[in-house]
Design a protein around this ligand. Structure first.
Ligand code: SF4
Length: 437
């Protein structure tokens, strides 16, 4: 289907649902509840993950809404790495961690691949002294193609990375440059070739549908070129405009027209990508991810977190979920480092979830895999989710966004494409209208 890109535009606001309750409800006053959870006896059987936040990038992309630093010197990066090691050590000393093993680790950012081989080994040695991921089933590492050399990829393999995630976003050099990306297409091909030679168990590629300057033709070309590379999985984001991106600020402060195609157009691009990947031996593994059928691709980080598993996020402004409490670290680089130098956890704000909120959190996140199992929620929460949320489910069923089949609630193709726009309907009434982030 060809669509008129100028027909509608994406306006400023958050749509992407990644947690519950909304971030705007997390407050400093609830931080003592984090410490209560960390002082409980360990739940040895429950999965535990570690997220390591590396907030440095070569350039700030115009659509970026993360807290990233593009001007830190090597000495400052090393101070930050020591702070990460210290934070990991402080957690390892808490009663709730005693004897617990990591099931997964995830290096995210920012750009984790921005740091050097030497810094990487220093960080991993320091982290391993306190909590080891030697037995972890999955270690993911996000990379920006232009920051990679073959030797760095070999280091990543040696430190145990099993899943390399390459932030390609697009192949068109004009689009990459217009959106402020630091890399261009030759760096993509070079990095991808090295990554294959180093032979990671799983290589994921990120694409974004709807970058500035996107056209039907260029998007089709990006999908075609991705299929040619044959990655194990492909994550396809629909561009959104949270408040703090460069693009959003231009719209809000300078009154410029949004340069981002509308949601219908982006959905049609994502749908086109789904069709193409399905025709080339991939299957849909979630609302924004396809995976090859040629081997088993697992998403332990996503699945553990979305099934209520514990994950500690270390690093400036990192997010955690532990023992039914959501919490976030200090936003500011200097403050984050200073608090850790005082031997304290750098906790900024938190929210302790009620049983109902835990149920909603897991249900909305698992819906993003494309299907949920009714019996899972019955067993874990003692609730028939269809009955509990019957008016919402029936309305979505009437709109052909989902269907009930064999004990599952499964999203239709349209449901997959629109999921973030209707998940809010499952929120508690008083949290549907608050600002999400
Ligand atoms: S590479 Fe990622 S984290 Fe860094 S500026 Fe771009 S979008 Fe933000």
């Amino acid at each position: 289907m060809t669509v008129d890109i100028a027909q509608t535009r994406t306006e400023v606001g958050n749509y992407f649902v990644s947690n519950y309750p909304p971030f705007s409800q997390w407050k400093p006053g609830f931080v003592p509840e984090v410490l209560d959870a960390l002082n409980q006896p360990p739940r040895i059987e429950d999965p535990l993950g570690l997220y390591i936040h590396i907030p440095f990038c070569r350039k700030r992309c115009h659509f970026c809404y993360f807290k990233v630093y593009t001007d830190k010197k090597s000495s400052e990066i090393e101070i930050y790495l020591d702070a990460l090691i210290k934070e990991n050590e402080l957690y390892s000393r808490m009663p709730a961690f005693e004897g617990r093993q990591l099931r997964f680790a995830y290096f995210g950012g920012g750009t984790p691949s921005y740091i050097s081989d030497k810094q990487l080994r220093y960080l991993v040695d320091g982290l391993n002294r306190h909590v080891s991921w030697q037995n972890a089933e999955e270690v993911t590492f996000e990379c920006e193609p232009g920051t990679l050399q073959k030797s760095k990829l070999e280091t990543l393999k040696e430190i145990g990375v099993t899943r390399l995630s390459l932030g390609i976003e697009h192949f068109d050099d004009e689009i990459l440059a217009a959106n402020g990306r630091a890399h261009l297409s030759p760096e993509i091909y070079r990095a991808y070739q090295w990554a294959r030679e180093v032979d990671f168990p799983q290589i994921n590629v990120d694409l974004i549908a709807g970058m500035m300057g996107e056209t039907e033709e260029k998007w089709r070309d990006a999908v075609r070129r991705t299929i040619e590379l044959q990655p194990d999985s492909v994550t396809i984001y629909q561009m959104e405009l949270p408040y703090n991106t460069v693009i959003s600020q231009d719209i809000l402060k300078k009154g410029v027209t949004s340069p981002i195609a509308g949601w219908e157009t982006k959905r049609s691009w994502l749908n086109y990508a789904f069709e193409q990947f399905l025709a080339h031996d991939y299957e849909i593994a979630g609302t924004d991810i396809v995976a090859t059928k040629k081997k088993t691709c697992r998403f332990i980080y996503r699945d553990a977190l979305w099934h209520g598993g514990d994950m500690i996020g270390i690093g400036v402004s990192s997010f955690s979920h532990f023992g039914g409490v959501n919490f976030q670290n200090a936003h500011n680089f200097e403050e984050y480092v200073r608090i850790l130098n005082e031997d304290r956890l750098p906790l900024l704000r938190a929210v302790s979830l009620t049983p109902k909120q835990r149920l909603i959190r897991e249900m909305v996140l698992q819906l993003k895999t494309g299907r949920i199992e009714i019996a899972y929620f019955q067993k874990k929460f003692g609730v028939d989710v269809w009955k509990e949320f019957q008016p919402v489910y029936e309305e979505l069923e009437d709109k052909s966004l989902l269907q009930r089949e064999n004990g599952m609630i499964a999203l239709t193709r349209r449901g997959l494409l629109e999921v973030d726009h209707f998940l809010l309907d499952f929120f508690e009434p008083e949290l549907r209208t608050v600002r999400y982030a």
